[in-house]
Design a protein around this ligand. Structure first.
Ligand SMILES: *[C@@H]1O[C@H](CO)[C@@H](O)[C@H](O)[C@H]1NC(C)=O
Ligand SMILES: *[C@@H]1O[C@H](CO)[C@@H](O)[C@H](O)[C@H]1NC(C)=O
Ligand SMILES: *[C@@H]1O[C@H](CO)[C@@H](O)[C@H](O)[C@H]1NC(C)=O
Ligand SMILES: *[C@@H]1O[C@H](CO)[C@@H](O)[C@H](O)[C@H]1NC(C)=O
Ligand SMILES: *[C@@H]1O[C@H](CO)[C@@H](O)[C@H](O)[C@H]1NC(C)=O
Length: 490
């Protein structure tokens, strides 16, 4: 053959081959994900992660119980004026300009690109992914069912729009991921109610609340829906990696889609998420609630107390005005109704109270306040849940009903949340390490020394009070260390 022809054929083949096989797409994806992972890991620094920096970012993974930490710990420590504007306040969000100290949101890690990274400490709480999926489903139904007071979907949506334009508070419907999950579920609930009306019967053919087609979208349909794929599954990993559908880094969306398409690329995402967990000031576990809360008070709470006391002495934080009306009292997982509850005369302290408290706050007092606060918060939650689920009765999400969910559904959730399962296991390891360090630091005279320094000229009795929480924590950890097992339940 003529060498020119040969050469031409070769060139054509070379030109065609890469386009003709999907391997090219895979390679492209792998490059995109690798590049993202390398850049992300470069930003991670390990030094001095145990010290609270100027800004505390609570990366709140939905349905992990972070709300109780916000209301019952952080709100008792930080006055409202020290809270950063939240990202869903799009107009106001510019944390770099504010002298804010606390940010608690469902935003993913990518929000740190807008924060002073060197001066930010990150904390988070993780939960068993299967429980988290259940809870996400239940909460979607619960919030959506509240709208069933309206005669039809049109009137429900219109009423919401009207209320939101009037109210200053933040509604669940403003907040990712609920702003997608709730309207989706709401539409579905109304359609099912209309269908029941059209049939002219309210009879229900199932006694499994997770699979009661007449009343609500069955759990299996929920987890298999593209929206759940986009927003719910592996949500904790994506949030910590900064790759959620809500990410503020434009390139993150291509990375997420590549990982969705080629599951083995998920390893890069896990690597980044694990590294970030490693560098966090604190990682809690929803399941180990008591231990997590105690640890939070001792590791984070204690440093916040001393930091705020110091900044007051220097006069930095003291100039902040406390009297501003706090729109930040409104909470991410509640809608307006609860906000007005919370602003009323409940157990919630007003921001002025907070201000007074800061001076005399101790870890021991913080724990006491927390206990009272959490029990009232739980009561409110239970009350609302019961009221809301009544609207789709006999569907009722109970512990017993959860235990009857078929194995097949559980396996499906597991297979859809492989990254989260692995990350959760990793977090359990970090949690155990934190325990050990907390216990060891009790014998570290330097740590104890510094406690005495910042508490100023104290007498022996004060010193005793100061060390008491540590001693109690130690005893607590010691006892619990024996009981700790991997709790993988549904
Ligand atoms: C929805 O309910 C409102 C208020 O009762 C009513 O005015 C409206 O006609 C209803 N719309 C539909 C489509 O049924
Ligand atoms: C996020 O997910 C929702 C629901 O699937 C979708 O409507 C929205 O467009 C997505 N946003 C981005 C940036 O992909
Ligand atoms: C705090 O508010 C008061 C009255 O609203 C005002 O007089 C004062 O200047 C404010 N202080 C600061 C530091 O903004
Ligand atoms: C709160 O309590 C005070 C007195 O205890 C009362 O005057 C006030 O009306 C109450 N406010 C609300 C919102 O319940
Ligand atoms: C749902 O179950 C809870 C107990 O788990 C119960 O208190 C509540 O009354 C039940 N709601 C309905 C509507 O049956």
């Amino acid at each position: 053959m003529d060498p020119t022809v040969k050469c031409t054929i070769l060139l054509i083949l070379l030109g065609l081959v890469p386009n003709a096989f999907p391997i090219n797409d895979y390679e492209h994806c792998e490059n995109v994900v690798k590049k993202w992972a390398t850049t992300s890991l470069k930003h991670e620094r390990t030094e001095d992660k145990h010290t609270l920096k100027d800004l505390l970012f609570f990366l709140h993974v939905p349905r992990t119980g972070g709300r109780t930490y916000f209301h019952c710990f952080l709100k008792k420590l930080y006055s409202s004026s020290l809270e950063c504007p939240r990202s869903y306040d799009k107009l106001r969000f510019d944390p770099s300009k504010e002298k804010c100290r606390l940010l608690v949101t469902h935003d993913d890690y990518s929000i740190t690109s807008k924060l002073p990274r060197d001066r930010t400490s990150v904390v988070t709480i993780l939960r068993n992914p299967i429980d988290r999926v259940f809870s996400t489903y239940e909460f979607s139904v619960e919030v959506a069912a509240r709208f069933l007071v309206h005669p039809n979907l049109t009137s429900a949506t219109q009423m919401t729009i009207r209320l939101r334009s009037k109210s200053k508070g933040v509604s669940t419907l403003d907040i990712w991921p609920w702003k997608y999950l709730v309207p989706w579920m709401r539409e579905d609930l109304f359609a099912r109610r209309d269908a029941r009306k059209a049939r002219g019967t309210n009879d229900v053919t199932s006694n499994d609340p997770y699979n009661m087609e007449d009343m609500a979208m069955p759990l299996l349909n929920y987890i298999n829906d593209p929206i759940a794929h986009e927003i719910v599954h592996n949500g904790a990993t994506f949030q910590i990696a900064g790759l959620t559908n809500n990410s503020c880094l434009p390139e993150s969306h291509e990375v997420r889609h590549c990982v969705d398409k080629y599951h083995n690329l998920g390893d890069y995402v896990l690597q980044v998420a694990k590294k970030r967990l490693d560098n966090m000031l604190y990682v809690g576990l929803t399941e180990d609630h008591r231990e997590s809360a105690t640890m939070f008070a001792n590791v984070v709470g204690q440093q916040v107390i001393s930091q705020l006391a110091n900044s007051k002495a220097i006069g930095e934080g003291a100039t902040v005005n406390r009297s501003e009306p706090s729109s930040s009292l409104s909470d991410s997982e509640l809608d307006q109704n609860t906000n007005s509850d919370e602003k009323g005369n409940g157990t919630t302290l007003s921001s002025d109270d907070n201000d007074v408290k800061q001076d005399s706050m101790t870890v021991g007092k913080l724990m006491d306040t927390y206990e009272v606060c959490i029990s009232s918060l739980r009561k409110t939650q239970t009350r609302r849940r019961i009221a809301s689920l009544k609207r789709i009765s006999p569907a009722n999400f109970t512990k017993e009903a959860r235990l009857r969910v078929p194995q097949m559904v559980l396996q499906r959730i597991q297979s859809l949340n492989k990254l989260d399962l692995e990350l959760y296991q990793y977090a359990q390891g970090i949690f155990a390490k934190q325990h050990k360090q907390a216990a060891e630091s009790l014998f570290d005279t330097e740590t104890l020394g510094s406690i005495f320094v910042y508490s100023g000229g104290i007498n022996l009795w004060d010193a005793c009070l100061w060390t008491m929480p540590f001693v109690l924590l130690f005893i607590f950890l010691f006892v619990n260390a024996k009981r700790r097992t991997l709790k993988v339940k549904i």
